[in-house]
Ligand binder design. Structure first.
Ligand code: BGC
Length: 251
């Protein structure tokens, strides 16, 4: 596959966003287009939304898709923030059949991490990096020497007797109407726990919360350097396109 332009799509708990991406620079080639995640977010309904994005961009090239769950070779294995009927659905096959285009599907936080580690806030850094996307849930990706260890699910470590994302996600902040300071303290506790488990040297914060880092950075007190994602909330779109470039030709 020689294409340098790939349609990147980020399927999230509340919105499905996409744009054609120049995978060499990470630049979005057109304005991002967003459709709300359908309710219920069943495979058929999400596939319909993907078709809508393809139609919007009049797209007929390869597609990379970040998905908010564990994904192994296109097969969805978990469903924390998406309809449970996704479990054991072959998302890649479904989207390929729906769009008649070549598709690659991977975990959304792995996608965001790839964009950041190759072209963004972690570019050139060879040490251990954890990327956390903080939005509806908490997504994670883990890198060493720029290489991804896929499908880490640090948002689901047990913390204070609950799923960590129920305690420290942006959704938890909104649901419990926490001010930024209170929530920032929670995030710091959670990040300290992640440090205790895997000792990253750099933590990159992506997802919706990355745009608001100024409002809670004073609450963060960690050993690792903490930085916002360079591509902010667009990292998932960019990384999904980058992953498609590498993987579509291989499979
Ligand atoms: C899912 C992860 C996903 C994250 C962010 C979590 O609930 O388990 O796979 O990366 O949400 O969407």
């Amino acid at each position: 596959m020689n294409s340098k332009k790939i349609l990147g799509i980020d399927i999230g708990g509340s919105g499905i966003k996409g744009a054609p991406v120049d995978i060499k620079t990470g630049k979005l080639l057109e304005d991002r287009f967003r459709v709300p995640t359908p309710e219920p977010s069943t495979p058929q309904k999400v596939a319909k939304a993907i078709k809508e994005l393809v139609k919007h961009f009049n797209w007929d090239g390869p597609i990379g898709c970040g998905f908010p769950a564990v994904v192994q070779n296109g097969m969805v294995k978990t469903a924390a923030n998406i309809d449970k009927s996704w479990i054991n659905t072959d998302a890649r096959k479904l989207f390929k059949e729906a769009t008649k285009l070549p598709v690659w599907v991977l975990n959304d936080a792995d996608a965001a991490g790839l964009a950041e580690v190759k072209l963004g806030a972690g570019a050139g850094f060879k040490g251990a990096i954890v990327v956390l996307t903080i939005g509806t849930g908490i997504g994670s990706s883990l890198f060493i020497k720029g290489k991804l260890y896929p499908n880490t699910e640090f948002g689901h470590v047990e913390f204070k007797g609950m799923d960590a994302e129920a305690y420290a996600s942006d959704n938890a902040r909104k649901k419990e109407e926490l001010d930024w300071e209170t929530w920032g303290k929670r995030l710091n506790e959670y990040l300290s726990h992640i440090e205790f488990l895997c000792w990253p040297e750099l933590i990159i914060i992506g997802g919706g919360a990355s745009k608001k880092l100024d409002l809670f950075k004073d609450q963060l007190n960690l050993k690792a350097k903490v930085v916002p994602a360079k591509f902010l909330n667009e990292a998932g779109i960019i990384g999904a396109a980058m992953a498609a470039k590498v993987n579509i030709k291989k499979h």
